[in-house]
Structure formats: C-alpha cells, structure tokens
Design a protein around this ligand. Structure first.
Ligand code: TXA
Ligand code: MG
Length: 322
C-alpha cells in the first residue's frame, strides 16, 4: 500500500470497514472525526487506543438526522429540542440522558450521551447507510490540534487506521459547541465552539457558560492544556512580543494584520478582511503549519471577544503555554 492510498472518497469502503468494527476517519463541517460503531464496545475501544485518549473522556455520537436521536436517548428537554431544530445539522452537540443501548464506554460512565448531527454531505450519506451511530472524537492524538483536512489526519494517524474518507477542508474549522440543560431548565454551554453563543441565546435566551478548566473537568475538551502545538505558543501583543526575538525563528498568528518585521512564511493572518468564519476555518491549519516550521516560538494575538472570536480565543488560550 502506498503511503497515501488510504485517503479516498469511497463511502462504500468506509461503510464496509465500519460494519466490520474498524475505526475510519470521517469528514465533518467542524473537524475530521475518528469514527467507529458506537454500539460495538470493541470498535469504540479502538478509538481510545488509536488516539491514546484516556477512557474518562467521553465520545460524541453522530447521527444522520435529529429524528433518529430518540432511539438512543430517554427524552429531549424542550429547550434542547428547539436548539436542535434550529441548528442541526450543524456545529452543535447536545447532552441527553442515554438509553441502555449506548455502551457506558462511549459516555465514560455518565448517564448522559453527547449527540451531534453533522452537516457534511458525505458523512450524512455515510450515516444514512449505517444502522448504528458513529462515536467520533476529533481525529488527532489526544491533546494535539484537531485536523481540518484528510492530510492532517494522515500525518498523525495514517499508520494506525485503514481508511480516511476525504471530504475536503472543513468549512467551520472549530469543534462543535456542546450544550445541555441543568436542573433549573437553563441551557449550559460546556464547550464553546463553531456555533456562537449569540446564535444560541437568540433562540433560548440567557445561557450559562461552564468554563471548566481545572483538574476535574466535566468535558475534558475543556482541559487547560489542549489543542496544543509542540512549538511553544505565547499570547499577547504580537508586535511587542516579537520586538526582541529572532525574526527568522518566530511564528505569528494574527487576526487581520500582517507584521512586516517577521518572515512572511512564518505568519498566519487568519482573516485579512476581519471575518470570524474565515478566521475559524484557518485557525487549526495555521497552528499546524507553524508547528511544522523550523521556529522557536509562536506569538499569537487574541481575536475580538465576540461571535466566533469567543471560541477561537478559547482554543488559543488552551494551546498557549502557561
Ligand atoms: O465538532 C465536533 O464535536 C467533533 C466532530 C468530529 O464531531 N468532535 C469532537 O469530539 O470534537 P472530541 O471527542 O474531540 O470532543 C468531544 C468533547 C470532549 O471534550 C468530551 O469530554 C465531551 O465532548 N463530551 C462527550 N460526551 C460527553 C458527555 N456525555 N458529557 C460531557 N461531555 C461530553
Ligand atoms: Mg478533540
């Protein structure tokens, strides 16, 4: 098998491997996932093994449409149902009380399962062809930057999986926003992501943000050090930070402006036109690109704290050295 032959466009090959209990990388509009049959414990175990992911970190299940959700969960609180109607398929994950058919390994023992309806047309067709949901975390080694192209997956997990279903670069570029309801029937946001808080609030009013970043996170995607490149990344005013560093060995992640003193091949300007969607789409690929450059440090600036800037800043803070 040549090195790249496992990247392909065949939904049939992906489906056949998944039916056999293998793990397959799949495209979604947020990031690439590492999918496996969510109802098959040994298939799910492969995901944890391939990603080197701790088993206390639960997985999201993926379904082709919201109508299917009720086969796997006990009930759907009205506010979550409203959000699902409005924003699925799309970058939203909802936490619901699971039925017994969902193995405890998927939820790491929690009575709640995270459910998502991805918008990517290839994965929608794939899911329609399967008679089980796919458990799928982001297809990266645990703690590293999430992949937004098939090649990103191949670069890190290529020798551990049989097939990467190529759906092109991800449109959203940030993982889904995770929400649940609490005992007071309020919407809580467990992970900021590709669906903005403003969009959610427009439908259900005020939401509670659970900014969990300590030692016992309820959503381990919220661990303080996550999404991190290997080259140390420092947040702040990029102009000041780079004033004293070697311009040839410095990487920059900027929101919309280019910094002339730094070598242009080490600079990622996320969105020259100041568009948050574009910035989100470019963020992880930019971090990965700089991580592959021969540099000593990456300086990054925070985005305006609004719209998708909120989730982008969350990822930048988690990727930065403390
Ligand atoms: O956009 C996405 O959500 C991508 C694509 C592939 O769908 N998936 C993704 O999965 O980001 P992952 O595993 O990298 O992050 C899922 C996060 C984890 O931090 C996990 O802790 C949280 O969701 N999560 C999953 N199930 C949960 C549960 N039952 N209760 C609380 N948090 C849960
Ligand atoms: Mg992840």
């Amino acid at each position: 098998m040549s090195e790249s032959s496992f990247i392909g466009h065949s939904i049939d090959i992906a489906a056949a491997l998944l039916r056999k209990g293998e793990a397959v990388a799949i495209p979604t509009e947020t990031v690439y996932g590492l999918g496996a049959n969510a109802l098959n414990v040994s298939a799910v175990a492969k995901i944890f093994q391939i990603k080197q992911r701790p088993t206390f970190d639960p997985l999201i299940i993926h379904l082709p449409s919201f109508h299917k959700v009720i086969d796997y969960v006990e009930d759907i609180p009205e506010k979550l149902s409203l959000l699902a109607e409005k924003f699925t398929p799309g970058p939203l994950t909802i936490l619901l009380k699971k039925k017994d058919i969902i193995p405890d390994m998927v939820t790491s023992g929690s009575p709640y399962v995270a459910v998502r309806i991805p918008a990517h047309p290839i994965t929608k067709t794939l899911l329609e062809n399967l008679d089980f949901p796919l458990a799928a975390p982001s297809a990266n080694p645990f703690g590293y930057i999430s992949p937004t192209t098939a090649q990103h997956v191949a670069d890190q997990l290529g020798n551990k999986i049989f097939y990467i279903l190529d759906g092109g670069p991800c449109d959203v570029g940030l993982e889904s926003t995770i929400v649940g309801v609490n005992e007071h029937n309020e919407i809580e946001v467990f992970r900021k992501g590709g669906l903005s808080i403003e969009n959610i609030s427009a439908v259900v009013g005020k939401v509670i943000i659970r900014d969990i970043s300590n030692s016992n996170p309820e959503a381990p995607g919220m661990l303080t050090s996550h999404y991190a490149p290997k080259v140390p990344m420092i947040l702040g005013d990029i102009r000041t930070l780079s004033a004293t560093s070697d311009p040839l060995r410095t990487g920059i992640i900027a929101f919309n402006n280019f910094l002339p003193v730094i070598s242009s091949k080490h600079q990622i300007v996320l969105t020259p036109s100041g568009n948050f969607q574009e910035a989100a789409k470019n963020l992880f690929a930019g971090m990965r690109y700089l991580d592959g450059c021969d540099i000593d440090v990456i300086y990054a600036e925070l985005m305006p704290e609004t719209n998708l800037g909120i989730a982008i800043n969350d990822r930048l803070r988690r990727a930065a050295v403390k």
